[in-house]
Design a protein around this ligand. Structure first.
Ligand code: SIN
Length: 272
């Protein structure tokens, strides 16, 4: 197989970084017809930028989205969120006047599962005339900016994550993950604590645990670590949950916003 860098050059893609922290938007690629070299190049872009927006995928069907997801690994069956009719592993993320609301609030997808998703992808089917972006935040940068003392304090700790925000009893059982994880592909360290699902730092008294989670929730989502994806119809946003948190921006009033999501499970539990 050719080197991803050489393939990237050969494909002559338009790659534009979205911020100094993470993210890139990419034009000139068709995920439905990618050969193995092209797939390796997209993979390399994701490892480099942590979140990428591949514009121009209007013709991608739900079967095509699943098939592309399966190239990265096994797909998550969420089990609680609404799905696209006929699929148990393609989520329907839709807001309209009858059902307003989006996943505002920073989180890493489904971190309440013992084996959570490594990658998520959202395919934009209907986008509002303005707004409805997704924000992304680099957890590599958030980790790297901590003082040596704080890194040393956090690294041995584990945190409990649950799905209480879904208000479903079965997913209150916590999954425990390290507070700092090592990305199994890039080898870089990242914070893995999020306001949406992290409930408690294991082994700390409640007050200390709450204070640490509060500090990390604020620190991890500082504007300096962020980038914003603006959707066009057909944009495929892909991000790496092992080093990125995200948040939807509900600023589009009663307009319709519809995205279809697949998530690809980690090959093993997140670890230090
Ligand atoms: C999600 O949390 O997966 C959805 C994000 C979005 O709607 O932008």
């Amino acid at each position: 197989m050719a080197e991803p860098a050489a393939v990237l050059q050969e494909l002559d893609l338009d790659v534009r970084p979205l911020s100094g922290a993470l993210g890139a938007e990419v034009r000139g690629i068709d995920v439905a017809s990618l050969d193995d070299d092209g797939f390796a190049a997209v993979h390399a872009l994701l490892m480099q930028y942590s979140a990428i927006a591949l514009h121009g995928q209007e013709h991608l069907t739900d079967d095509g989205l699943r098939a592309f997801g399966l190239r990265w690994g096994k797909l998550d069956i969420h089990g609680y969120s609404p799905t696209v009719p006929g699929f148990d592993d393609v989520l329907m993320i839709r807001s309209d006047p009858e059902r307003p609301g989006t996943a505002e609030g920073w989180h890493s997808d489904v971190s309440w599962k013992v084996i959570p998703p490594k990658i998520s992808m959202l395919h934009a089917r209907k986008v509002p005339s303005v707004g409805g972006d997704t924000l992304f935040c680099s957890q590599y940068r958030a980790y790297e900016d901590l003082s040596d003392g704080m890194k040393a304090f956090l690294e041995p700790l584990d945190a409990e994550h649950d799905g209480r925000n879904f208000n479903i009893e079965e997913i209150r059982r916590p999954a425990t993950h390290p507070v700092v994880i090592r990305h199994p592909e890039t080898g870089r360290k990242a914070l893995y604590v999020n306001q949406g699902f992290t409930r408690r730092i294991a082994g700390l008294p409640r007050g200390e645990s709450s204070a640490i989670i509060r500090f990390l929730s604020e620190h991890c989502t500082r504007t300096r670590y962020q980038a914003r994806v603006r959707y066009e119809p057909g944009t495929l946003a892909i991000w790496d949950n092992r080093c990125v948190q995200h948040s939807a921006v509900p600023d589009f009033g009663n307009e319709v916003r519809e995205l279809h999501r697949v998530a690809v499970l980690c090959d093993e539990r997140p670890s230090r």
